[in-house]
Write a new protein. Structure first.
Length: 112
């Protein structure tokens, strides 16, 4: 369930007409920033009010957090496990399909 803010609560701008100093989450992410716990200060409405993008102040944005070496190692281990076949134990160059639970080579040899 999404929460839709009342347009009278925020400054509302038409599509592509937001002032400088405000950015959407996607624009913040592209710049290596995050909202930093601050609430949106304005919004952009388009498609007759059916689409909304919330705007955050750039001066209050914080740098994106980076993963620690331990977190990066855990992610690499999890992604390697997704590429390892449960039947033959080989590590493939693709993710093992969950519907089969094994690599394509092992799946072709099993009776369907």
């Amino acid at each position: 369930m999404t929460t839709v803010y009342d347009p009278t609560e925020f400054a509302t701008y038409p599509y592509r007409l937001a002032p400088d100093g405000l950015a959407t989450r996607r624009q913040l992410r592209a710049a290596g920033l995050r909202p930093g716990g601050h609430d949106p200060v304005a919004q952009i409405l388009w498609r007759r009010g059916k689409r909304v993008a919330y705007l955050y102040r750039l001066d209050l944005a914080a740098p994106k957090r980076t993963a620690t070496p331990a977190q990066r190692a855990a992610i690499a281990k999890a992604l390697r496990a997704r590429r390892t076949c449960r039947v033959c134990g080989d590590t493939k160059s693709y993710y093992i399909p969950r519907r089969y639970g094994c690599c394509f080579d092992c799946h072709e040899g099993s009776p369907s």
